[in-house]
Write a protein that binds this ligand. Structure first.
Ligand SMILES: C[S@@+](CC[C@H](N)C(=O)[O-])C[C@H]1O[C@@H](n2cnc3c(N)ncnc32)[C@H](O)[C@@H]1O
Length: 511
């Protein structure tokens, strides 16, 4: 990958939130100044990009070691504190891609004392640059130290290639690589600020753009299109949101004037989508447990221009459905914390050391804990007296967080007068057939749609058709069921698995 050149000439990186400064950052400014301004142009940019990348790498590796990444690699890079985004992102991804090799090389070369081991993330980045990067001059103390050991590093790499029986580094990387999921860049037009045709017109000046055939406010651009600095993104006219995640709010179909709770709201992508569908009329209560995520939620709301959202820093489970202030709530969107297994590829999680090719999230204790909360939250949502519709969604591909949660609450839901309804009947990829009515559920397939997502809709009152769980009560939304639904019914065989690959395979066979 070619590292993009940066235009920045005079900057010092800002801090990533709450991150310590172990990577020579404290010395960075001094070091540059000590050099009497000798760092120029590309040298200076590369010097700082390495330090910014090292800071992000530390957060990523610490989170991965605890199996609790605080955010995806992409979202860490796109924090405002990382200023040299393109160069830092490229450097970070390339270093992560080569990380197993770099670690092996460093161990074999045995050149790190305690001082450099404390700065190992910066060392990894610099070793990447020395062994695999572009031939830019490396300035800085850590760089000089590692350059002195370049011969030892190169000979350790040569030894590694011969041990693994390959001739080139490319072949060595191929041994550890996972398939690339290349998906289009989706953007959702924020109709509170701009109409779809105007957004299309603007974007078409620079990109090839198409309208999505399912969601009218969604536009499709080529994979990898970088819009982070696009004026329409910066002014909140469009939001970069995947197709699957953009299906949750329309599945709820909130009406202008309704009262809606977004139970787990931050960072707020679906909250503002609800607001757009409601044309900012009525009221949305955006509930978020974590104080540190409330700011991000508020920023999203401000950027969107939505004026009907009240933010509540609260545990959704503590909201009393009997409180008169919630007596008119018509709909709830419940998008609770989940394993995120459906977005692992787009989050670049496959680059993390804990994820080797083909390995799945097998931490059943964690999954059980998540599923317990998800079930509890869904049961809680069912208690709001005036409720007509509830959407439950996750970005997980695990049955335990999806079909199993829904199946377990159906008896309680039915006792409150709810039934499973069928949003987007034309959508072919439906729930795993592990209970009668699972064809109402929506799944998206990471291999086909870029993300693995799950949506269930419970509805009360508006009984229309006879599909799904209770033949007299189920609602069909957005059209009529396709022929494939009938075929699926015929072909249904019992299937229970928590193995996502088996689940995809099953989906392929059923469609
Ligand atoms: C999957 S994210 C929601 C994403 C959001 N719906 C969006 O589309 O932008 C889940 C959020 O729920 C929050 N959360 C977790 N438990 C909660 C609870 N008991 N009450 C309210 N929010 C909670 C998490 O802090 C996290 O911000």
């Amino acid at each position: 990958m070619q590292r993009p050149k940066t235009k920045r000439s005079n900057f010092f990186p800002l801090e990533l939130a709450k991150t310590p400064k172990p990577l020579g950052m404290k010395k960075a400014k001094k070091s540059v100044e000590e050099n009497g301004g000798k760092f120029r142009g590309a040298e200076r940019s590369a010097y700082f990009a390495r330090r910014e990348a090292a800071k992000v790498l530390r957060v990523v590796l610490e989170g991965d070691a605890k199996r609790r990444a605080p955010a995806s690699i992409k979202s860490l890079i796109y924090q405002p504190s990382v200023r040299n985004k393109k160069a830092t992102f490229a450097l970070l991804c390339e270093t992560l891609k080569h990380l197993p090799i770099i670690m092996d090389v460093l161990e074999a070369a045995s050149i790190l004392n305690t001082k450099w081991k404390r700065q190992r993330e910066l060392v990894y980045i610099i070793v990447y640059d020395i062994l695999f990067g572009q031939a830019v001059p490396l300035v800085g103390d850590a760089e000089k130290y590692l350059m002195r050991h370049e011969d030892a590093l190169r000979s350790a790499l040569k030894q590694l290639l011969s041990q693994r029986n390959v001739k080139t580094v490319k072949q060595l990387i191929a041994l550890q690589e996972v398939p690339d999921v290349s998906v289009p860049r989706y953007v959702r037009v924020n109709t509170l600020k701009l109409d779809v045709d105007s957004a299309l017109f603007e974007l078409q000046k620079n990109y090839s753009v198409q309208k999505d055939n399912l969601l009218p406010e969604l536009l499709i651009l080529p994979p990898g299109t970088d819009l982070h600095d696009h004026p329409l993104v910066k002014n909140g006219s469009i939001f970069m949101q995947g197709k699957a995640s953009s299906m949750a709010a329309p599945a709820l179909s909130p009406q202008p004037g309704w009262e809606v709770i977004d139970a787990c709201a931050a960072p707020g992508n679906k909250t503002i989508h609800l607001a757009a569908l409601m044309m900012s009329r009525g009221k949305i209560i955006a509930c978020e447990l974590k104080k540190e995520r409330v700011k991000r939620l508020k920023d999203t709301i401000n950027l969107s221009g939505a004026s009907n959202i009240q933010v509540l820093n609260e545990d959704f489970l503590n909201i009393n459905p009997k409180d008169p202030s919630y007596s008119k709530v018509n709909a709830i969107l419940l998008d609770p914390s989940c394993s995120g297994s459906g977005t692992a590829a787009s989050r670049l999680d496959h680059l993390l050391p804990s994820k080797t090719a083909g390995q799945q999230d097998t931490d059943m204790e964690r999954l059980n804990k998540l599923a317990t909360f998800q079930r509890k939250a869904l049961q809680h949502a069912l208690l709001f007296p005036a409720l007509e519709r509830i959407v439950y969604s996750t970005c997980s591909i695990n049955q335990i967080e999806n079909e199993d949660v829904i199946k377990s609450v159906i008896p309680i839901a039915e006792s409150h007068g709810f039934h499973l309804a069928k949003p987007f009947p034309e959508w072919q990829c439906r729930g795993l057939p592990v209970f009668e009515g699972s064809e109402c559920l929506i799944r998206t397939d990471p291999a086909k749609h870029g993300e693995g997502f799950f949506i269930a809709l419970f509805a009360r009152k508006d009984a229309i058709s006879s599909e799904c769980s209770n033949k007299n009560k189920t609602t069909i939304l957005h059209g009529t069921p396709g022929i494939k639904d009938a075929q699926r019914k015929k072909k249904r065989i019992p299937f229970i698995s928590t193995n996502p690959f088996k689940m995809w395979l099953y989906d392929q066979l059923m469609l």
